[in-house]
Design a protein around this ligand. Sequence first.
Ligand code: SF4
Ligand code: SF4
Length: 86
Amino acid sequence: MSNSLVFKTRTCEIIIDYSKCIAPNCKFACVKADRLYGRNVLKIFNSKPALAVAPEKASKLCNECLACEIHCKWSGGEAIKINVPL
Ligand code: SF4
Ligand code: SF4
């Protein structure tokens, strides 16, 4: 079983590496940030962040705000990497 969640957005790829996820110590900063600045793409499932919608819907819903990655880092995690094509 894969230990990461990978999904596409319009132009990026978001990878959540569960082996680096420190939940609940981070207070689920990624999910909270997604609710504040993003589009409710993420939810808490089995004490970890997960997609709140089907992957095809997530790719259209995500506004690529990068808040989940930034807030994960600010909360002491290093679990989210957003690959932005340059
Ligand atoms: S980039 Fe923004 S909208 Fe997309 S999953 Fe992360 S917080 Fe949510
Ligand atoms: S903020 Fe980072 S460490 Fe915390 S639940 Fe989200 S991915 Fe895991």
